[in-house]
Design a protein around this ligand. Structure first.
Ligand code: NAD
Length: 299
């Protein structure tokens, strides 16, 4: 019997395509606006994983022509100092997007800092105003990771209308906005979480299964409906028996590829899409600011 192999949802290739489109859009708009879009990534302390994420974001900004106004603060920086920095960036006309790289050292209140970011410069799409706009179905900056998943599904023309979608994870960063976006696309949505009973009986009904729990190997082939679309948001660093470390998602990729119709790899799936959507949010804010100030007439 022939073994089935799921088609790959290739986030890396799509992210590169989005970056090319953004590059062209920036060249065109910059000629009229007179400045490039700007993104400020604020990082506190020296968490090596965060530093790698920040470098990657800044490299991607440079690639498409977004100016970086990133700032790296020592770990003893106070809440007030950071609030002052955000207040200044909110006013800075060169800056279209602001984000605070998490996690922050324990003495800092990340939620309070997030609340302080001007909602129209909230490049991560996590400010309560933008989450409220998502709930209401209004225009606004959308959270990058779930928006990246939606863009990936759209690219492969995967219809969500009337489909059973299951999101595993209910965080404010991924699970909750993901569920709302799927609902907005007319899916019937179930959210499973750490207190859900019998996860398998829930995931087995999913036409579209989004895994975002942060647990390697949580989703196995027997939990997946044949022909399902499986999106792996998880990024987990694991060390194998030989002491070699690598990144894996939340799903058992090899076995699920034999059951699903579509599947995302880790790395190369949702991760690059998150960065692409961050750049896109920055450009959206840039164009909106230009439109509001009358520099640019969009449509
Ligand atoms: P989180 O720890 O805030 O949330 C995890 C969620 O999973 C919780 O809502 C919890 O209820 C649920 N959960 C935990 N154990 C479970 C279980 N046994 N069964 C069902 N649900 C369970 O994490 P997060 O910030 O939402 O991130 C989730 C994963 O996605 C992590 O691996 C993270 O690294 C990754 N992530 C990836 C990207 C990307 O760009 N690909 C972006 C953000 C987060």
């Amino acid at each position: 019997m022939e073994t089935k192999t799921a088609k790959l949802l290739d986030g890396k290739t799509l992210a590169e395509k989005i970056q090319k489109e953004l590059t062209a859009q920036i060249i065109e708009s910059q000629a009229k606006i007179g400045r490039p879009p700007g993104l400020a990534v604020l990082m506190v302390g020296d968490n090596p994983a965060s530093a790698a994420y920040v470098r990657n974001k800044e490299k991607s900004c440079a690639k498409v022509g977004i100016a970086s106004f990133g700032k790296h603060f020592p770990k003893e920086t106070t809440q007030t100092e950071l609030e002052d920095v955000i207040a200044a960036l909110n006013q800075d006309e060169q800056v279209d997007g602001i984000l605070v790289q998490l996690p922050l050292p324990e003495h800092l209140d990340a939620v309070k800092l997030l609340h302080q970011i001007e909602p129209d410069k909230d490049a991560d799409g996590l400010h309560p105003v933008n989450l409220g706009r998502l709930v209401r179905g209004e225009r606004g900056l959308r959270s990058c990771t779930p928006a990246g998943v939606m863009r990936l599904l759209a690219e492969y023309e995967i219809s969500l209308r009337g489909k059973q979608a299951v999101v595993v994870g209910r965080s404010i960063l991924v699970g909750k906005p993901m569920a709302l976006m799927l609902l907005e696309a007319d899916a019937t949505v179930t959210i499973a979480h750490s207190r859900s009973q019998d996860l398998k009986s829930i995931t087995q009904n999913a036409d579209v299964l989004i895994a975002a729990a942060g647990l390697p190997g949580l989703i196995t082939a027997d939990m997946v409906k044949p022909g399902a679309v499986v999106v792996d948001v998880g990024i987990n660093r694991v060390t194998d028996a030989h002491g070699k470390s690598r990144l894996v998602g939340d799903i058992n990729f090899a076995s699920i590829a034999g059951v699903a119709e579509y599947i995302t790899p880790v790395p190369g799936g949702v991760g690059p899409m998150t960065v692409a959507l961050l750049l896109q949010n920055t450009v959206t804010s840039y164009l909106q600011a230009a439109e509001e100030s009358g520099v640019l007439n969009v449509k």
